[in-house]
Design a protein around this ligand. Structure first.
Ligand code: IMP
Ligand code: MG
Length: 178
């Protein structure tokens, strides 16, 4: 058990579980992009995806570009639905194959705001890779192309994911205790 702020969390996914999910996503990406005519651009959404992005990139043995952007939609353990652009896209995405890298997709609100921004920059294709997905909460029309693990509607921390900014540095993933 660990305590972050006022809440207690219990072990949920081990470092090994996470590694397995990373390898699975990496395997699918290799199949789709290893022989791409131009290196794809991976866009990781900060802060949560930094650890997943790092481990995932190390498994990809083909030419790629990597960039980070920062949005925010979360306060405490509830998605606020309000997304503020904090750091914009600087890259020229015209004609490029883009893969968005997310730590977790919950309602899908964040990506629903991000996708049109990328679309307007003329990307040739836009795919989404996420370590975790909460399928019972996700209610958007767009497709999520690469999923490491599906989880129920629980609040998790660790491996980049935070509870009010704490917990991002934990190697494993913990869930909120009832
Ligand atoms: P969405 O916009 O509801 O899909 O939420 C996406 C963002 O909310 C993710 O990138 C995370 O930063 C954050 N988030 C969603 N679920 C969790 C969770 O269980 N723990 C910590 N952060 C979460
Ligand atoms: Mg996030």
């Amino acid at each position: 058990m660990i305590k972050l702020h006022d809440k207690t969390f219990e072990p949920y996914l081990s470092a090994q579980d996470i590694q397995k999910a990373v390898l699975e996503v990496a395997g699918s990406l290799k199949k789709d992009y290893a022989n791409n005519d131009r290196p794809p651009i991976f866009i990781a959404i900060l802060n949560g995806s930094f650890m997943f992005a790092s481990d995932l990139m190390k498994e990809l043995n083909f030419d790629l570009e990597l960039s980070f952007v920062k949005f925010s939609s979360y306060e405490g353990t509830q998605s606020t639905g309000v997304i503020n652009e904090l750091i914009g896209f600087t890259q020229d995405l015209k004609g490029r194959d883009v893969v968005i890298v997310e730590d977790i997709i919950d309602t899908g609100n964040t990506l629903e705001k991000v996708l049109p921004i990328l679309d307007s920059k003329g990307a040739k294709s836009i795919k989404i890779a996420t370590l975790l997905l909460k399928p019972s909460v996700f209610d958007k029309k767009y497709q999520i192309n690469y999923v490491g693990l599906e989880i129920p509607n629980i609040f998790v921390v660790g491996y980049g994911l935070d509870y009010d900014e704490l917990g991002r540095n934990i190697k494993e993933i913990y869930k909120l205790s009832q």
